[in-house]
Ligand binder design. Structure first.
Ligand SMILES: [Zn+2]
Length: 210
């Protein structure tokens, strides 16, 4: 059996188990998609949104990329954000990073990862650059990397607040609240590190006349 065939077999077993528990399970899910949360997380295979939050299919709208970045020219992310905020009307947007993030670590080095990854990781290098003093003062390498993960999450939450998608919704409907969380691979616990309630200010130059 090829390794990928195991996934298809497991899928059949999972579907059968769900039906045995609740014969209406798929019928209900098919017609309802009203998640309260948008999750912007890292692509890392060890940080699956539903499993670590104990949520079911239908509860979280998910976008994942390397190092959970919110880049203002990323059409993919902006389309997900717009759909989740404007159409699904989510009440919370969560940016969830994780300690030990490979993307964050890679951005901290001078290694050339070739054009595409260099371009993506540049966003994190900018976070390092704007918090150089604080980061340089941390002697322990792991601690410094952990702090950078937190600062990165905070920066991405601010990037959300700089979009007209969020600002328009804040003005009209007083939602969504924005959350910056960091997941620990060591103990499975999520630590909230930053929050912006709907209607927060981000600095006048970023605030649009909507
Ligand atoms: Zn990661």
């Amino acid at each position: 059996m090829h390794p990928y065939e195991r996934l298809l077999l497991e899928n059949k077993a999972w579907a059968a188990e769900k039906l045995a528990e609740d014969p209406q399970y798929f019928k209900r899910l098919e017609h309802i998609q009203t998640p309260e949360f948008l999750w912007i997380g890292c692509s890392d295979s060890r940080v699956p949104a539903n499993e670590i939050t104990g949520t079911q299919p239908g509860e979280i709208f998910v976008h994942r990329n390397v190092a959970n970045l919110v880049v203002n020219s990323d059409v993919n992310l902006l389309a997900v954000l717009d759909y989740a905020v404007t159409h699904l009307k989510v009440k919370h947007v969560i940016v969830c990073g994780h300690y030990g993030c490979g993307g964050v670590k890679a951005a901290s080095t001078q290694t050339d990862y070739k054009p595409v990854l260099n371009m993506w990781l540049r966003n994190i290098k900018d976070v390092i650059n704007s918090h150089e003093e604080e980061l340089d003062a941390i002697a322990d390498e792991e601690e410094r990397s952990n702090r950078l993960v937190e600062l990165n999450v905070r920066e991405q939450v601010c990037n959300l607040a700089k979009t007209t998608i969020i600002q328009r919704c804040w003005k009209k409907e007083q939602r969504p609240d924005l959350h910056g969380w960091v997941y620990s691979l060591k103990d499975g616990i999520i630590k909230p590190v930053f929050e912006m309630k709907a209607g927060s200010h981000i600095g006048s130059i970023y605030e649009y006349d909507l």
